[in-house]
Design a protein around this ligand. Structure first.
Ligand code: ATP
Length: 199
C-alpha cells in the first residue's frame, strides 16, 4: 500500500483545486518557509479524521478553510482527498484503490467518504486500525514528535508498538466485548431480582 495522490481545495493555503501525484518511493516536498509544506501533511492528517485543532496548528476547526489573502476572498469550504494503492489488500476493503475524502463547510457541517460513498469517521478509523496510517498512527511523524515518543511513559510508548504489531483492533474488540458482557451481567442480576419477587 502506498499514497498515490492527494487532492486539495480550499484547505489552508491551498485555495485552488490541486493535486499531488506520488509514486512508490521517496518524495520530498521542498519550498521556502511559510510556503505550505506542513499544510500538505496537515491535509493528510485531517482527511484521516484528525479532530484536534491543535494538531492541525489552528485554534478552531474552521481555521483549516482558506481564509483569504489581499487579492482573494475566503472560501466557504475545505476539501481533501487521498488515494491509496491497495493492490496488496492491506486495507480490508475489496478495492485496489481506496479514496478517502473529507469536506467541511463554515457552518461546521462535514462529510467523509470512502470511494465516493458517504461514511462515518468511525468507518475510516476502523479501516486503518493496525496499519499505522490512522490519525493516531506513526505514519505521520510531526516536528518534535520523536522527542515526545522518547520521553513518553512506557505504557504510552507501548501503544505505538501495539499498533505496529497489529494488535490494536483485537484490543478494541476485547474492550467492546468486555463492556457487553458486563451489561449482560447486569441484565441477569435484574432478571434474577424479578424472578425472586415473583417467586
Ligand atoms: P516552514 O518551512 O516555515 O515550516 P511551511 O512551508 O511548512 O513553512 P506551512 O506552515 O505549511 O509552511 O504554511 C504556512 C502558511 O499557510 C502561512 O503563510 C499561513 O498564512 C498559511 N495558512 C495557514 N492556514 C491558512 C488558511 N486557513 N487560509 C490561508 N492561508 C493559510
Amino acid at each position: 500500500m502506498y499514497l498515490k495522490s492527494i487532492e486539495i481545495q480550499g484547505f489552508k493555503s491551498f485555495a485552488n483545486k490541486m493535486s499531488f501525484e506520488f509514486h512508490n518511493g521517496i518524495t520530498a516536498i521542498v519550498g521556502p518557509n511559510g510556503s505550505g509544506k506542513s499544510n500538505v501533511a496537515d491535509a493528510v492528517r485531517w482527511v484521516l479524521g484528525e479532530q484536534k485543532v491543535k494538531q492541525l496548528r489552528g485554534s478552531k476547526m474552521e481555521d483549516v478553510i482558506f481564509s483569504g489573502t489581499e487579492s482573494r476572498k475566503p472560501l466557504g469550504f475545505a476539501y481533501v482527498a487521498i488515494t491509496l494503492d491497495n493492490s496488496d489488500s492491506q486495507l480490508q476493503i475489496d478495492f485496489d484503490e481506496v479514496k478517502i475524502s473529507r469536506r467541511i463547510f463554515r457552518s461546521g457541517e462535514s462529510e467523509y467518504k470512502i470511494n465516493g460513498s458517504t461514511c462515518r469517521l468511525k468507518d475510516i478509523s476502523e479501516l486503518f486500525y493496525d496499519t499505522g496510517i490512522g490519525k493516531e498512527g506513526y505514519s505521520i511523524i510531526g516536528q518534535g514528535q520523536i522527542e515526545k515518543i522518547l520521553s513518553e511513559k512506557p505504557e504510552d510508548r507501548r501503544e505505538l508498538f501495539d499498533e505496529a504489531a497489529g494488535i490494536v483492533k483485537f484490543k478494541r474488540r476485547k474492550a467492546v466485548t468486555i463492556k457487553k458482557l458486563e451489561e449482560e451481567r447486569q441484565n441477569l442480576v435484574r432478571v434474577r431480582d424479578i424472578l425472586n419477587e415473583l417467586g
